[in-house]
Design a protein around this ligand. Structure first.
Ligand code: ZN
Length: 380
């Protein structure tokens, strides 16, 4: 289309005199790994309005999942995951599954009257230096440089798993999900009259009962092992006069969006599925055929997600995939470190001998065993 489907302003291309108002809209937000995009959906100001409000909210709710799956954006890096906890304290998980303590830890112990021992754990040397200089300023008898010499650097595996809490779905998130469906409708059908009520809802702060969680017990389409997809299935039904979109995010979070219950257009269905780990479009056979009564009954039930077997199964599957990805990353890193260590022991350019290969294998075996046992040193 040549107009923004939300504010109906015509698209004006960039010229020497003006910036124009054309902007690239991701049909599924790029922060979630979405790659389908169009310059014929939203004008620059509508795009940035949604980007700063409901899209930002949805991205935040899915940020843990996107980080754990190492989703790369067109712009910007993988965000660290904050808010991890176990019995030992708070953690932040950095890109490449590197957990680090969320803040420095201080352990104070009075060893004798007037004498206190402080154990400090910092995240890096710069932070430690800063803390020690601070202590020296407050305690003139304390020598920060001497203390710095006693600093020990250690890397270790976590003794206990970290727990992360997150919640998906509220009015802002549902608005962003509704926009995904509206984007996809306008993108594929090249018209916006049939969804005028939805567009009004997108423009205002008023809640509307358009988008719901939808997790039926039966599988709607097959997935390969370790496959994580975003899927959009749009159905226009001229007989039942309904237009709706089923949305799966990360093959785990499923929604139904009723775009119109007074649909007068042609009957059609369109499916888009994107494997977010392999970063390619895939084909998924999915067939939904609701009557108006059925769809209203689904929407009026307002599905409760706790104790929902289908939701539990999907989340367990996703957790297993994330765990496997994590192991693959760590094993890749361990082999690289073992190769670097082996090569360092020999002059540069030495041809790889059988002995070097054996050294390398011994390094890999040792580091892999310590990873499996989650211990930083193997007891010999
Ligand atoms: Zn606009």
């Amino acid at each position: 289309m040549n107009i923004c489907y939300v504010c109906k302003k015509s698209f004006v291309p960039k010229t020497e005199l003006s910036e124009g108002n054309i902007s690239l809209e991701h049909i599924i937000p790029n922060s979630l790994g979405g790659s389908l995009k169009s310059k014929e959906l939203l004008c620059k100001s509508c795009n940035s309005m949604f980007g700063e409000t409901c899209d930002a909210h949805l991205s935040k709710q899915f940020s843990h999942i996107a980080s754990l799956l190492m989703i790369e954006r067109d712009r910007g890096e993988i965000q660290p995951i904050k808010g991890g906890k176990n019995e030992d304290g708070d953690y932040t998980i950095h890109s490449g599954y590197k957990p680090a303590i969320a803040h420095p830890i201080f352990n104070k112990k009075e060893i004798e009257p007037g004498k206190t021992k402080i154990e400090i754990t910092a995240r890096d040397l710069t932070e430690m230096k800063k803390i020690l200089s601070g202590l020296a300023r407050k305690n003139p008898g304390f020598n920060a440089e001497e203390a710095m010499k006693r600093v020990q650097i250690s890397k270790e595996y976590l003794a206990k798993p970290i727990q992360l809490n997150f919640g998906i779905g509220d009015s802002q998130a549902f608005k962003a999900i509704t926009k995904i469906a509206a984007n996809y409708y306008v993108h594929t059908q090249n018209e916006c009259e049939q969804i005028s009520k939805v567009i009004e809802y997108l423009k205002t702060d008023v809640d509307a009962e358009i988008t719901f969680h939808y997790n039926p017990n039966e599988k709607l389409y097959p997935l390969e092992d370790n496959e994580v997809c975003h899927l959009l299935h749009l159905v226009g039904d001229n007989i039942n006069k309904i237009l709706y979109c089923y949305i799966d995010l990360f093959s785990s979070f499923s929604f139904l969006v009723l775009l119109s219950d007074n649909y007068t257009g042609q009957s059609f269905s369109n499916t888009y599925a994107y494997d977010i780990l392999k970063r390619k479009e895939v084909s998924k056979p999915i067939f939904l055929n609701f009557s108006k009564k059925q769809i209203h009954s689904i929407l009026s039930k307002n599905e409760i997600l706790n104790d929902n077997e289908s939701v539990t199964n999907k989340l367990n599957r996703l957790a297993t995939i994330i765990h496997k990805l994590h192991n693959d990353v760590v094993i890749g890193k361990l082999s690289q470190i073992a190769a670097d260590k082996t090569l360092k022991r020999h002059p540069e350019g030495t041809p790889i001998s059988k002995e070097m290969l054996n050294e390398y294998l011994a390094e890999v075996a040792e580091s892999y065993a310590s990873f499996l046992l989650r211990e930083s040193k193997i007891k010999k």
